[in-house]
Ligand binder design. Sequence first.
Ligand SMILES: [Zn+2]
Length: 443
Amino acid sequence: MSDSFNTLSHPGGRYLKLGILNGIVVTQNRNRDVFKGDLLVEDGVITKLGEFTERVDDSLDAEGCIVMPGLINCHTHVSMALMRGAADDLRLEEFLERTFAVDARRTAEDIEIGAELGCIEMARSGTTCFLDLYYSEDVIAKAVERLGLRAYLGWAILDEQHTTQKGSPIRNCERFIREHSDSQLIKPVVAPQGVYVCSDDTLIAAKELASRENTFCHYHLSETRHEVYEYKRQKGLRPVEHLAKIGFLTKGDVAAHCVWLTVNEVRELARSGVSAAHCPTSNMKLAVGGVAPLPEMFEEGGGVCLGTDGCSSNNSLDMFLEMKFAALQLKSSRWDASALPAQKALDLATIDAARSLGAEKEIGSLELGKRADIAVVDCRHSAMAPTTSDNAVANLVYASPSKAVRDTIVGGEFVLRGREIVGVDEEHIIDAATAAAQKLLSE
Ligand SMILES: [Zn+2]
């Protein structure tokens, strides 16, 4: 896919030069440098790191704060924020029945207000970019642009007999891609939902569309043992084996979950250049029973990133929590306290995520020439103190940083400043989302 967001500066164009001063800068560069100092942003791009004295148009005092790359959520269904707390403590089959029933009743207004709520939650927890899978991504795009986050929006494709979409999903997706090819913040993606609702013909049509439109495919893959065994019973092969056989797996794709894989399947994904978006919270909550084989994925050189999944199965879009749960789940299941160290957990939510999206030259670390997608965490908050350069990374993963996120910046533009959401009426959105959810769930 094209690896560059359009190079126009941030949409408002308010700040020519923004200085972020005196912070503990967690760069996530090649050496994983952490230093005390300043960062200069010009026209949405990082132009200086270290110390500088030049005049700026706007400055942010980051004394006592961590300045870090914004987190990247590589699998979610943002507009399902409306369904937080609506389908808990259920087996996966019951959960899906409940969520599909509500999904089928949702209006465009419900989808938009859910996406706004989800974007606010992400901005408040330091997430600057996410990869979404849903239908009506054109509606979600409006909310994303209003809030000012960066997003890869994957239009759900499935066999026509399974969908509630009006018209052909593949043509809807194609139209969405064409209508958003010039967007500064949005990258359209093709999202064949999963092998259980997509025939081989549908999968290949999705792959061909992604290739024609210079983008990639995002899909669910091997989430539960039941799904994998059922598939094997019908097709004679496990999902990854079958997808490899039909030539579907393509370099640059991102597959969510990847829990129930054999080592051969891990190898196949790595060889194909398909990244796994690991969703530990959703997997544990839905009791999928296994743990995605991250050590084997690392060993085979496969791409790995993290996702929250949707609010109906998580019930949070907080990527700080996702890093913590990823680390704890793996340590616990492998009986090895070093199985996923804090530094690697942070990598999965920043630079490794950017690489999975094919955007590592632009986002995922604080380096010269990269987009200024930044989170500022106040370490004088009781949940983060004491923080120094030495324990900054450990505190970001194991403490509770989302409570202490003070500022979130995307492409040099503030989406959260001094704990205030910028540009939209947060209270109004929360009230409207609450009312919409009550109406939807009572029908
Ligand atoms: Zn999902």
